[in-house]
Design a protein around this ligand. Sequence first.
Ligand SMILES: Cc1cc2nc3c(=O)[nH]c(=O)nc-3n(C[C@H](O)[C@H](O)[C@H](O)COP(=O)(O)OP(=O)(O)OC[C@H]3O[C@@H](n4cnc5c(N)ncnc54)[C@H](O)[C@@H]3O)c2cc1C
Length: 392
Amino acid sequence: MRSTDVVIIGAGAAGLMCAFSAAARGRQVLLIDHANKAGKKILMSGGGRCNFTNLYAEPANFLSQNPHFCKSALARYTQWDFIAMVAKHGVPYHEKKLGQLFCDNKSSDILEMLLEECNQVNVDLRLDTSVQHIEKTEAGYLLNTSMGQVSCQSLVVATGGLSIPTLGATGFGYQIARQFGHEVLATRAGLVPFTITDQLKELCTELSGTSVDCLVSCNDQSFRENILFTHRGLSGPAILQISSFWHPGDTVEINLLPDHDALAWLQQQQAERPNSELKTLLGEIFTKKMANLLTEHWFVSKPMKQYTPAELREVADKLGAWQVVPAGTEGYRTAEVTLGGVDTREVSSKTLESLKSPGLYFVGEVLDVSGHLGGFNFQWAWASGYAAAQFV
Ligand SMILES: Cc1cc2nc3c(=O)[nH]c(=O)nc-3n(C[C@H](O)[C@H](O)[C@H](O)COP(=O)(O)OP(=O)(O)OC[C@H]3O[C@@H](n4cnc5c(N)ncnc54)[C@H](O)[C@@H]3O)c2cc1C
């Protein structure tokens, strides 16, 4: 039987950070992953360029049933700490927009940096390794793994959420949590495209690939960003953001003219350009194809002077407050995060240690903490992994 100070299950963003930060304190760390590669999500992230943090990360960027929980860890390992490590390794990066920091080159720059940090402090990384059974002992935990029995003082669960099973996601972390008496809050896909099946589907299909700046709102939350029409429905950053606040049956409101008061704008156009057709005016804001399709599907295009005040109000309602009821989401197959998870009310916000089973820790996405789109989810993985590493 092998014995070590710390076993971490899951060599993703949070597990890697926790591993080298604990080993840097002199702890002997075994990092286990069932996948054949560490950090597969890091490699896939940010369209291959890894949006590794956000300049404006703060607790308000996170969803949880216990919104105060994330504050402590985020304050003790900030975006500036991670940026300093990126700079130390000479990884080139840039701000794309809204404080989102991306690699200039490839996501693998970030993964290689984390693996190098692990290497420098002798983290024992074992891939293709599964854990079959865990039990509590007097001294800590005993694990039956595909590499034999391992005992440890501290066990860290860094197995992530359920999104993208093909990248190694499993519900194993939730299973461990339940085994040791933890509540696991209902999980659902977040940061995920909407599917549309009603008469709107045709418009989405016809406009597939078109992206447009909008203000998207649902359940008292609003995001101003692009939406993207797809063959299956709606995607793009504004849709992904609002999806985390959406529940089945909810209506999503899309303002296609976020820079204008739609009715005032239409009335002004009617006064100033009475002979112009609606689709011509819309073609100056949207692409010509989109202007044509919107008018074809929603309105009768005619010269502005021919619209009655009631008709103009109908057009304004549609453009300024388009009501969409998605059929659903694309689910864990494409979701960037899992909402819900291990209830943080049973975990110490300072140490990330279980309040039910001493020596057991939860870090990263397995917990009921999910970030907005824009580098916040990685920042949570880094911060929570680092926080736990100070105590394991
Ligand atoms: C396509 C995509 C793009 C994304 N882009 C971004 C982005 O640009 N910026 C951002 O901030 N966030 C992004 N995210 C979200 C981000 O990747 C996650 O929030 C983050 O990786 C969570 O870190 P984690 O360590 O908790 O979990 P993960 O990184 O998912 O790591 C969990 C690890 O546990 C392992 N594991 C799971 N089950 C077991 C088991 N039973 N036994 C052993 N090992 C197991 C997995 O193989 C995996 O290596 C993206 C997500 C996706 C899916």
